[in-house]
Write a protein that binds this ligand. Structure first.
Ligand code: SF4
Length: 429
């Protein structure tokens, strides 16, 4: 039936018997006895005497979530959608980020080091200064966004590292450094703190005894390292530099009793964060890591996170530490994806200058893409050889068997796998 109201608006009216009207007999009333609020009449919205905010008053924001300052337990590839789209179209894109070693040797022998399993740890092998500078320039041409001097040997043992940081800043490439910190040249610390985006000290113990056991270094070096970190924090503050200073603890049963000590030391040092991460094991389980062991320290890790303050974050990489809980298949050693798609977007270079798709494949000739001591990285990335290796990974690498568990590309691999394997009904977002 059509009816007109006072404003002459016509509306359709269906006469429903009162006993069948849902308005009269809303199902919830059977459970709660509560009346329905008339949302069309804002003046009728009840304002409580307590001043407690009521819905439908639209008076602005009252709650603020604490923002995620650093995403330490996940990936940031989604902030590079343009590159992803080009890669999806099959373009020969450069990596967004490169992780690279600068040397193939180290001044410590941490008892969890995965670098030694990747072969070629030989004193004397490092990237030549000229080659390193050329790489930085090539990365500028290729629009690589960030280069992290992490993995393989100790980067501060390559004297060219400091000049590389300064050059990258000039070109507009972000630099991160992961180091054991002992050999940082304090005369050049200012170059790092001014021009690098972050420096992360690998420190997996909170006592002299623990340091000696875990890092196979002298107890005096523990004190010396803490002094260096304190000095860097001071230099940064004095000059208002923006470089993030963090500490990373690699967790293994031998340092479970160091967690709380290190969390407190981090707060006293004035660093920005302490990141506690799992130890990645190799495809042959040479490091003897049992992810089940981490169950024993869940409470301690949560306690450590409580040391966080406004300016100091203690962050456990729960996604990786609890990797076995993710799905039934993970417990069997399998992954959530079947193909590794991440290597074109996150590239890796060994400390001797050889380019491979990823760290766990260093020294495997089949996957060697080029050598920056000899060739331009720009040409390597554009070469057929580089893309044939990438395709070899897609076609022939069985990630459930051939790969390091929880490798560096694991987070982005999950994301890219999802992108490549959409579910049905994607238009119902
Ligand atoms: S999934 Fe395998 S191939 Fe891919 S990056 Fe990890 S270790 Fe390398």
């Amino acid at each position: 039936m059509k009816q007109k109201n006072d404003n002459n608006d016509i509306k359709l009216v269906t006469n429903i018997p009162k006993e069948l009207s849902t308005k009269e007999r809303g199902g919830h009333k059977v459970r709660t006895g509560r009346e329905i609020v008339d949302r069309s009449k804002l003046e009728q919205i009840i304002v409580k005497e307590s001043g407690e905010k009521q819905p439908n008053t639209y008076t602005g924001h009252t709650y603020k979530n604490i923002g995620e300052k650093f995403r330490l337990d996940g990936h940031k590839l989604i902030y590079h959608i343009e590159r992803i789209l080009k890669w999806q179209k099959g373009e020969r894109v450069a990596p967004v980020t490169i992780d690279m070693g600068l040397t193939k040797f180290c001044n410590t022998a941490c008892i969890y080091c995965i670098g030694v399993t990747q072969g070629g740890f030989t004193k004397g092998q490092m990237i030549e200064p000229d080659a390193l500078m050329r790489l930085i320039e090539d990365c500028g041409r290729l629009d690589v966004k960030g280069i992290a001097f992490i993995g393989d040997g100790e980067p501060t043992l390559n004297p060219a590292m400091y000049d590389a940081v300064v050059l990258a800043k000039k070109i507009g490439i972000d630099i991160g450094i992961g180091t054991n910190g002992l050999k940082i040249d304090m005369n050049r610390a200012e170059d790092i703190l001014r021009d690098a985006t972050y420096i992360r000290i690998n420190l997996s113990a909170g006592s002299r005894e623990g340091f000696t056991k875990i890092h196979q270094s002298s107890p005096d070096n523990f004190d010396m390292l803490l002094e260096k970190i304190k000095t860097m924090v001071k230099i940064r503050k004095k000059n208002d530099y923006k470089c993030t200073i963090g500490i990373q603890m690699v967790l293994i049963p031998e340092n479970f009793n160091e967690i709380m000590k290190l969390a407190k030391i981090g707060a006293n040092l004035g660093v920005d964060y302490l990141q506690i991460k799992q130890c990645s094991d190799t495809e042959y389980h040479e490091l003897g890591i049992s992810p089940k062991d981490y169950e024993r320290v869940q409470d301690v890790l949560k306690e450590a996170e409580k040391q966080s303050t406004e300016n100091y974050l203690v962050k456990v990489k729960w996604n990786k530490i609890n990797i076995m809980d993710e799905t039934e298949v993970y417990r069997g050693g399998f992954r959530k994806y079947d193909i590794c798609y991440g290597t074109p977007l996150l590239g890796q270079i060994s400390g001797n200058g050889k380019v491979y798709p990823c760290g766990p494949f260093f020294e495997k000739k089949r996957f060697l893409m080029g050598d920056i001591n000899r060739d331009s990285y720009y040409d390597i990335v554009k070469s057929d050889r580089y893309w044939n290796v990438q395709q070899d990974i897609v076609n022939n690498v069985d990630v459930h068997c051939d790969c390091t568990i929880g490798c560096r590309q694991d987070y982005i691999n999950k994301f890219l796998w999802d992108l490549k394997n959409p579910p049905e009904h994607i238009n119902f977002i």
